[in-house]
Design a protein around this ligand. Structure first.
Ligand SMILES: C[S@@+](CC[C@H](N)C(=O)[O-])C[C@H]1O[C@@H](n2cnc3c(N)ncnc32)[C@H](O)[C@@H]1O
Length: 341
């Protein structure tokens, strides 16, 4: 067969069919939405090692059997759940949607489907047109104030943060020696999952978890070596420490607010203290990378951005820190180390 010399024909020859590329991308949210829905319904928890029929599962969770079987059929075609002889069973991925899985991703899947995420993406055209976040168009109070007023959404978000951070924390611990620090502050540390792991690796150190009051109220991690401090990093004094962790904090904010946060850290930090930003760096190459997706999330929800190493260096230098090095943890995040000067 003669092949026409068009870009589309060449793409088909190379195995990348442009029609399929566009179809899959344009409809991708059907799959995401099915995932949010089954995570909300708790289907994975209703299923143990024995496969069940859709009727039976639907009865357990209060769903329509036909609709549920079609939702699960689509998810199974993407590797989440398995269809076996008209019954539905677990795949490795669907097991991780269970609440009691040691690496549960249930809250993570639910977070992306929460109205505050979903409806903000509905309004994303606003971000594309103006460069400003879309979320305030639909939720004028913004993400953090909304969580203060909606404890169940805040709980899901904080659970999602724990879930997304598991691999990153292992990477951070394997790549950085915390044992010489006396006091380590985790600024915007959420539930304290990173700080607790770091303190386990640095048994001589003490830790201070700093976050908004509603987060600190729920963070039941205080111990003899880990103290809690509720506050707002734009208004309140930060603790004096010799190392500051900021994991996925700076990416939430535009440059001006990022510098304000880092200057607040600098104000509290004695000379020589280290600041350690844990972030996914946008790579130079044009291939797919999770940081490029996160970047659009930051644009749409918060007006923040995922940055290149150079951009992080510039923010740190503007805020009274000398950039020292970037450490790729191999777990999707880098540590950007800088020193208070
Ligand atoms: C993206 S989460 C990151 C949580 C955690 N560091 C992690 O990576 O898993 C951002 C955190 O910043 C906190 N935060 C937002 N605004 C804040 C403020 N003004 N002062 C203190 N913490 C704030 C949020 O409550 C949330 O815990």
């Amino acid at each position: 067969m003669e092949t026409k010399e068009t870009p589309e024909a060449r793409a088909v020859e190379n195995g990348a069919n442009p029609f399929d590329t566009l179809w899959n991308m344009a409809t991708g949210y059907c799959v995401s939405r099915c995932l949010h829905t089954v995570a909300d319904l708790g289907i994975a928890d209703a299923l143990d090692d024995s496969p069940r029929t859709a009727d039976d599962l639907a009865d357990s969770v209060g769903a329509d059997a036909d609709a549920l079987s079609r939702i699960l059929r689509l998810l199974a075609s993407h590797g989440v759940f398995e269809v076996r002889g008209g019954m539905f069973g677990h795949s490795e991925a669907s097991r991780m949607l269970r609440e009691d899985h040691p690496r549960s991703m249930r809250d993570h899947a639910r977070m992306w489907g929460m109205p505050v995420f979903w409806r903000s993406f509905d309004a994303m055209g606003h971000s594309a047109r103006t460069g400003f976040p879309a979320m305030p168009e639909v939720f004028p109070e913004g993400l953090w104030a909304r969580f203060a007023e909606h404890p169940e959404e805040a709980r899901v978000f904080n659970g999602a943060m724990v879930a997304k951070a598991r691999g990153a924390i292992m990477g951070v611990l394997a790549s950085y020696d915390f044992s010489n620090f006396h006091t380590i502050g985790d600024i915007g540390g959420g539930s304290g999952h990173l700080l607790r792991a770091v303190l386990d690796a640095a048994p001589e150190a003490r830790g201070v978890l700093f976050d908004l009051p509603h987060v600190i109220e729920e963070a039941s991690v205080a111990s003899e070596r880990l103290s809690l401090r509720a506050g707002d990093f734009f208004r309140d004094e930060l603790p004096e420490c010799d190392a500051y962790l900021l994991m996925e904090i700076i990416h939430d904010w535009d440059d001006e607010k990022s510098v304000a946060i880092l200057r607040a850290v600098r104000k509290a930090a004695p000379a020589g203290a280290k600041v350690l930003l844990v972030e996914s760096i946008v790579p130079d190459d044009s291939g797919p990378d999770r940081s490029k997706t996160l970047d659009i999330v930051m644009l749409t929800l918060l007006g923040g951005k995922q940055r290149t190493q150079k951009e992080y260096e510039e923010l740190l230098e503007k805020s009274g820190f000398a950039f020292r090095r970037e450490i790729d943890t191999g777990a999707g995040v880098s540590i950007l180390e800088a020193e208070a000067v």
